[in-house]
Ligand binder design. Sequence first.
Ligand code: COA
Ligand code: MG
Length: 294
Amino acid sequence: MSNIIRSFLFVPADSAKKLAKAGGLDADALILDLEDAVLPVNKSKARKMCAEFLARTKTSSQIWVRVNPLDSEFIDDDLAAIVPLSPAGIVLPKPDGPVDIETLSRRLDALEAKHGLAAGAIKILPVATETARAVMSLALYPRTYLPRLLGLSWGAEDLATDIGALTNKAADGNFAFTYQMVRSYTLLAAKAAGVQAVDTLYDDFRDKDGLRAKARVAFGEGFTGMFAIHPAQIPIINKSFTPTEAQIRYAQAVVQAFKDNPDAGAVQISGKMLDIPHLKQAQNVLALYEGYGG
Ligand code: COA
Ligand code: MG
């Protein structure tokens, strides 16, 4: 998997100040938000500012746009305003499942053709768990042909609202079981579909240690990246989702041990048994590292 995006920073597209700041940050991707961070009265202004940003800003970050949901009154204008400026991708909120990704893909096919853009260039990242129906459809992603699908991400806020929950937190402050389960299921669905698994945001943006701990665990579990809501979260996320030097060295040693013993299915390093799953894990770590251009 190449072109792995570790950090996706949400930037409300109606905020000139935040847009100005966003261009100079080192997020792997920016998500200019037209949806929940923008009030209905400001949608049209946000759309214009978003288009302007896409047209003018020189940044090393990929520029993505979170549009409004497919069944909203805003989606036609959102797509008409931004697609001609070829964003790297569209974040789709509140899809009901892969059928909505197919619908968006067809709309992008038509708009790319109309504006003379490369067919299929614009990727899609759904927030795949914002309704109960969407959660029940996660298993369909690996069985649906979705060439624009970059990954699957998940969110706990809208899902809680959708199922009539009063909170998404357990007594200890962590996500309640339902949301932990949805998170794991998103990870598995993404891996089964062969796409990136993007963890949800950490909302206490002043708590750097808390973010670092969560991000590091998520990387260890197989997530490839995470949403950010504040600039201070970006370096922490980028670092947490990059294999450490020790992890890379160890992976290189594992690969070497198998190379040195071409006829063996099991080898050892310092008295620790290693077989084929360990080799594949080591190869995954090195592939991830190469995916960042490392
Ligand atoms: N993108 C770009 N710049 C941002 C930013 C973001 N998401 N969040 C904060 N900044 C900027 C601020 O404008 C400020 O800039 P300055 O140094 O020029 O003054 C600087 O970073 C420090 O910000 P700070 O004062 O700590 O926070 P704030 O009160 O300005 O903003 C939030 C706090 C939560 C409102 C803001 O981080 C935010 O809007 N986050 C994204 C929200 C969003 O998109 N939600 C929808 C998806 S869940
Ligand atoms: Mg939302």
